[in-house]
Design a protein around this ligand. Structure first.
Ligand SMILES: Cc1cc2nc3c(=O)[nH]c(=O)nc-3n(C[C@H](O)[C@H](O)[C@H](O)COP(=O)(O)OP(=O)(O)OC[C@H]3O[C@@H](n4cnc5c(N)ncnc54)[C@H](O)[C@@H]3O)c2cc1C
Length: 390
């Protein structure tokens, strides 16, 4: 039977939409929750193609607190979802390296993280070399190292846990695409579906990843969230790299172990073009031209390697400040935004899900105050610049 009305309709059922649905039901929302997902195979969403890593090493207090909740959540999935649940959390630090120019900012960030209880330590160049003798550190002045509370998970398992948890607690998933919003007296009153029907809703939540700007356009406003293509390559390495965590060099190039291989990913360097791109095409030659030389410079053992796998997907980049946009759009009731995560949405999905649920159940944040991530800062043109974006 077609669903004609729901108290809450969530657009997008990947990790963020499903987390919101889960926390709404877990934390006592008694009304009906419908999650509309256009691609139930999830093969093209960012969640399934994510590196799924989590760190405390941010420069924005809210991001640090969201990660702290995320890590605790990953460690307690069995209590949360039952004994079968397993998101394969592998606790392993991030090493965020800085040159002498970047050292002052690194020190500021590490102090902030420590003041909020993160287990980050500042390593001097000689300590980095001692701990990771296989790393070239000539241009590195210092690094932040997460002694605990950082690592990575299996993104499909996390998303699957949220989905099945939300379903078990009463949320409904609908395979369809939202192609329009029903507006009534300046408020969002429901969604129009590609299949032809529509659902009247008390509140519509936009958790559509980089597609969120299209949902905003349906409500008549512009959202500074854009699809920015990111590439990931899985490579082998002929030598072991003992103790490797998520290693991020001063250019932003990163790699981390994945089973017996390594995953490396790259964002454009400062000043390089980073256009809007919605397709999944990419030039495989980019690895040999741009990524491999950087990898081999950082780790000589990578001079001989083999690419095992490669893929691309899109960051949901908030072009204003690389931070999430959460909550309502001023002047339009009935719509809640949860998007713009800019490459750190997976690790923040538990905290964001809980926060958005609090907003809808209690009318305000109860655990982590995420007010600063509201759309108001976009209207005021006041970015909250996150310096640790990769
Ligand atoms: C290569 C790569 C590496 C990354 N690494 C990390 C990392 O290490 N750590 C980290 O925290 N984050 C990482 N991220 C970012 C993270 O994956 C995303 O921020 C997060 O997955 C966003 O989740 P989401 O649910 O908001 O969006 P998505 O996963 O993009 O899901 C949005 C969903 O909405 C659906 N949808 C869209 N429009 C509609 C519509 N009109 N109707 C119905 N459904 C719709 C889509 O089909 C999709 O399933 C990475 C991303 C990429 C691409």
């Amino acid at each position: 039977m077609a669903i004609e009305a729901a108290d809450i309709v969530i657009v997008g059922g990947a990790v963020v939409g499903s987390s919101i649905a889960y926390f709404l039901k877990r934390d006592g929302f008694k009304g009906s929750v419908v999650v509309v997902e256009k691609d139930p195979s999830y093969q093209f969403c960012a969640t399934g193609r994510s590196l799924a890593s989590i760190r405390q090493q941010f420069s924005t207090p809210e991001n640090i607190r969201l990660s702290q909740f995320g890590v605790g959540f990953f460690k307690s999935v069995k209590e949360e979802f039952g004994p079968e649940a397993d998101v394969s959390f592998r606790e392993n630090g991030y090493l965020i390296m800085a040159t002498s120019e970047g050292r002052a900012a690194l020190e500021r960030n590490v102090k902030l993280q420590q003041s909020l209880g993160a287990d980050t330590e500042l390593l001097e160049a000689h300590e980095i070399k001692k701990r990771f003798p296989w790393l070239s550190t000539e241009d590195v002045a210092a690094a932040g190292w997460g002694r605990s509370g950082e690592g990575w998970v299996d993104p499909h398992a996390l998303m699957g846990s949220f989905r099945s948890g939300a379903r078990e607690k009463g949320a409904t998933y609908l395979a369809d695409e939202v192609v329009g919003l029903t507006m009534s007296g300046g408020r969002v009153a429901g969604v129009k579906l590609k299949s032809g029907g529509s659902i009247a809703a008390g509140t519509v939540v936009c958790a559509a990843g980089w597609h969120s700007y299209k949902i905003a356009a349906m409500a008549g406003f512009e959202l500074p969230v854009r699809p920015r293509k990111r590439l990931a390559f899985v490579v082998d390495c002929p030598e072991p790299l003992p103790g490797a965590g998520m290693m991020i060099d001063p250019t932003g190039m990163s790699f981390r172990p994945e089973g017996r291989f390594y995953i490396t990913a790259c964002s454009p360097r400062d000043g390089e073009p980073d256009p809007d791109e919605e397709d999944f095409e990419f030039d495989h030659g980019v690895f040999e031209r741009e990524i491999w030389p950087r990898l081999a410079e950082r780790v000589p053992a990578f001079e001989t390697l083999k690419v095992q796998n490669a893929w691309c997907c899109h960051y949901d980049v908030n072009t204003l400040d690389h931070n999430a946009i959460l909550g309502s759009y001023p002047g339009i009731d009935g719509l809640i935004l949860a998007c713009g995560f800019s490459g750190h949405g997976l690790q923040h999905s538990p905290g964001v899900g809980r926060g958005i649920a609090e907003l809808m159940i209690h009318g305000g944040y109860r655990s982590i105050d995420l007010t600063r991530f509201g759309y108001e800062r976009v209207l005021r043109g006041e970015p909250i610049l996150e310096s640790n974006v990769y």
